[in-house]
Design a protein around this ligand. Structure first.
Ligand code: BES
Ligand code: MN
Ligand code: ZN
Length: 491
């Protein structure tokens, strides 16, 4: 599939399918200068479908006869004053899905421009198309719907200029999101800690990043007792992945991104039992998938910011080597942790990763993790939690996420709740009481940061979806890749 942009006006365009975007207050077909026949056909479509241009609304019709276009799709964008960049991604995705179902080969799309920024608009539209049409056939013996499965051959974005750079960037962003999706969707017998390290190696060699892997012995030397405690019961060796992007000139800023990389979370001896969703726990490395996805994009966009991508990758399993509930571990900053629940393992892996990141003397650290079910209870499946003591970092991330179309909600780092983590025998326990479970998890992480600006993102909800919607397909969404990329570029 090739995506191109041109200045062609929609009604001068000919091909299989024309997609037209309209604002709610202006479903004005005359603006398209159509010939009378086409105009009345479009008007019939608007009337019969009661198309009002509301956000997310679509209507389509086939055009019989020898028309230069054989299919028209209308897509609503809501009120023009409410237009967000992500509405363009969603509108493009809606057109792309219909195009695929109708097996149209050549497609023209005319959507409005966000804030008169044609480049950003073209990029968002191209991302919407690329992400909606991505399908993962790696584990099927026959690709669903055959080799081409209705994918269009050519898509033209109309009336928006050439936008070569924007379309290239969109392609690179899609590659990063798709890498994250595919890492999360692949089962735990495929994506092991070693496989994550290999993926980091591929990114390093393809895009010129440097890679350091700390093996178990190296982690022992660094005193990473919390991380190693988690991986103890597994047959799979742990891998501490440190991938670095350095700009060719002086770095404006130094950042670290840490992703939880638990390739399978059985719960350990506090085993996840019936109804706990243990069969979905291959996705417990989604934070690391977003981290590596972002690394792949950053490696290509080459901003003048240094970025460290860090994953403490391990499996949380059971065996004779497993952590006993009640064990006490010592993290690499010397703090001791009483393990009152082996299923609160993500924070243990992150603890040592945070200490490692802070030693790199970066300006800011962001960690992402499928950390708690409690965060899903609090915010549902579409919104991730954000914890940070620094308002400025919260603002940077919020801005980055809005343009990405990814939702985060800032949550409180309520010091008082740390009482729930007090241990009579060690510096802290790894688990607090059930109420406020995502907050105590964040407070636990904060113990491993001294004074660097830090934010914790709990992405347990939005990294996976059970229903197709917008540009997401069923399964892994690749959530947070775009937010991370925007954050680094804006930094
Ligand atoms: N990986 C889970 C969190 C999770 C749950 C992610 C559901 C995605 C969907 C995490 O390791 C975990 O097990 N958390 C426990 C913490 C508890 C033991 C304090 C939880 O949320 O139940
Ligand atoms: Mn767990
Ligand atoms: Zn987990």
């Amino acid at each position: 599939m090739k995506i191109q942009a041109t200045d062609t006006r929609p009604l001068d365009w000919s091909g299989d399918c024309l997609g037209l975007g309209f604002f709610e207050e202006a479903v004005d077909l005359q603006a398209f200068n159509a010939d009378p026949d086409r105009l009345s056909l479009l008007q019939d479509l608007v009337n019969s479908s009661e198309f009002k241009g509301k956000a997310g609304e679509t209507a389509w019709t086939r055009i019989a006869g020898s028309s230069p276009v054989r299919f028209v799709i209308l897509v609503g964008l809501g009120k023009s004053e409410d237009l967000q960049l992500n509405h363009l991604r969603l509108a493009a995705a809606a057109i792309a899905r219909t195009v695929q179902k109708q097996k149209c080969k050549t497609v023209g799309m005319h959507l409005p421009t966000w804030k008169q920024d044609k480049a950003q608009s073209a990029q968002a539209i191209a991302e919407g198309i690329g992400l909606a049409l991505h399908q993962d056939n790696r584990f099927k013996s026959e690709p669903e719907g055959g080799q081409t499965n209705g994918l269009p051959e050519q898509v033209e974005l109309l009336g928006i200029g050439q936008q070569l750079e924007a379309i290239k960037t969109a392609h690179q962003v899609c590659q990063g999101v798709i890498l994250a999706r595919e890492l999360v969707a692949a089962p735990a017998n495929v994506v092991t800690p070693t496989a994550l390290a290999e993926t980091a190696g591929t990114i390093a060699s393809e895009h010129g990043l440097t890679l350091e892997i700390l093996e178990q012995k190296d982690c022992e030397k660094q005193g990473m007792g919390a991380f190693l405690g988690v991986s103890k019961a597994s047959e799979m060796p742990p891998k501490f992945i440190h991938l670095t992007y350095r700009p060719s000139g002086a770095a404006k800023r130094k950042l670290a991104i840490i992703g939880k990389g638990v390739t399978f979370d059985s719960g350990g001896l506090n085993l996840k039992t019936g109804g706990s969703g243990i069969e979905t726990m291959k996705m417990d490395m989604a934070g690391s998938a977003a981290t590596l996805g972002a690394a792949k994009v950053i490696g290509q966009l080459k901003p003048d910011t240094e970025v460290h991508f860090i994953v403490a990758a391990a499996e949380n399993m059971i065996s004779g080597h497993a952590l006993h509930p009640g064990d006490i571990l010592t993290a690499s900053n010397g703090k001791t942790i009483e393990i009152n629940n082996t299923d609160a393992e993500g924070r243990l892996t992150l603890a040592d990763a945070l200490v490692f990141a802070e030693k790199l003397e970066v300006d800011a650290i962001v960690d992402l993790a499928t950390l708690t079910g409690a965060c899903i209870v609090a915010l549902g499946n579409d919104i991730a939690g954000m914890w940070t003591p620094k308002d400025e970092l919260a603002q940077e991330l919020t801005q980055a996420s809005e343009r990405a179309g990814e939702k985060f909600w800032r949550m409180p780092l309520e010091d008082k709740y740390f009482e729930g983590l007090k241990s009579p025998i060690a510096d802290m326990k790894n688990t607090g009481p059930r109420p406020g479970g995502s907050i105590t998890a964040a407070l636990f992480l904060q113990q491993f940061i001294k004074d660097t600006a830090w934010a914790h993102l709990d992405v347990a909800g939005p990294v996976w979806t059970d229903k197709e919607g917008g540009y997401n397909n069923v399964g892994a969404t690749g959530f947070a890749v775009r937010t991370l990329v925007n954050w680094v570029l804006g930094s």
